[in-house]
Ligand binder design. Structure first.
Ligand SMILES: [Fe+2]
Length: 304
């Protein structure tokens, strides 16, 4: 029923700091219903919403539904004993609102995902492929480097099995892969990205990271350079993940969580013939790149 992640929303103590970070990251910002919103250039879809509050905290997550599945979602919610709720302050009233087993507000919108900004075809000379002749790639390699779309987000949870059951059995996501049972869980929404959502096991709920697709590996490096030049702290990268296979670079956001640039993520085809695997922790995180920072999995969000 869920077709993808629409946007995520955080409570943060200082909207001006948030706006500076998001703009430097490559997003366009604006004000909507008293909240700060951020969009990817060239895409008509809110991707981030920030509500002012004393401490940084996950506020809600919003998903799009496949067309015509709203009634099926209502029935599934009823069957599972999940009530429809009023929207939380700072959010829009559209769609269906509920709380997941962690108590996080979830919005379900009966609308399609907006198209990502179109990008030029890239001719490569890689592996056995020879496509580019008499063209110097550096001339165009860094022309289009800004985020095109929000791809996924991973949340902390103290009850990964229960959260996974809820999002798969009630809201229709599927397990893509797991690390060490339910230490980390990656979920897909059918044909499309290897993961659109997921959970990291923790002592309490929280927001770990959100990830934005950029047009190329050059775009990841240029984005990382731009963030460094503007005084933001690198998080982890550049590397290639194992689960999802994407190139990654994580920036530390102003609140101890992460914003990720990704490129070249595994794609789950129409047939949904993807075979989920459970990975040992030692093999699962990355194929190459710098060592994982010690605090990468630390949940700094206030409990409650
Ligand atoms: Fe990610």
């Amino acid at each position: 029923m869920i077709s993808g992640l629409h946007h995520y929303a955080l409570e943060v103590p200082d909207l001006a700091v948030a706006e500076g970070f998001l703009q430097d990251f490559g997003l366009e910002t604006g004000e909507k219903d008293g909240s700060l919103v951020a969009m990817c250039p060239g895409r008509q879809q809110e991707q981030v919403r920030l509500v002012e509050a004393p401490a940084k905290r996950l506020h809600h997550v919003t998903f799009t539904l496949r067309p015509g599945t709203t009634d099926a979602v209502r029935e599934a919610l009823e069957r599972s004993g999940t009530p429809v709720i009023e929207p939380p302050p700072g959010a829009t009233e559209d769609g269906l609102w509920l709380r997941d087993p962690d108590g996080t507000a979830v919005q379900l919108l009966d609308e399609p995902q907006a198209s990502a900004r179109p990008v030029a075809e890239v001719l490569v000379n890689m592996g056995g492929t020879r496509q580019r002749f008499d063209v110097a790639q550096w001339r165009t390699a860094t022309e289009d480097v800004l985020p095109r779309r929000l791809g996924h987000s991973l949340l902390f949870t103290a009850q990964p099995a229960r959260m996974t059951d809820f999002y798969t059995q009630v809201l229709g996501l599927r397990v893509s892969d797991t690390i060490h049972h339910d230490l980390v869980t990656f979920l897909n929404a059918g044909p499309g990205d290897h993961h659109v959502f997921g959970f990291i096991s923790s002592t309490h709920r929280g927001f770990h990271h959100a990830s934005f697709e950029v047009p190329s590996i050059d775009a990841i490096a240029v984005g990382a350079d731009r963030m460094r030049a503007k005084g933001h702290q690198a998080g982890w990268g550049l590397g290639r993940h194992v689960i999802g296979s994407n190139f990654f670079f994580y920036l530390r956001d102003p609140w101890g969580s992460f914003a990720e640039y990704f490129h070249d993520l595994d794609y789950i085809p129409e047939s949904c013939a993807w075979e989920a695997r459970d990975w040992p922790e030692s093999d699962a995180l990355y194929r190459w790149g710098p060592p994982v920072p010690d605090d990468f999995g630390r949940n700094r969000e206030v409990e409650g």
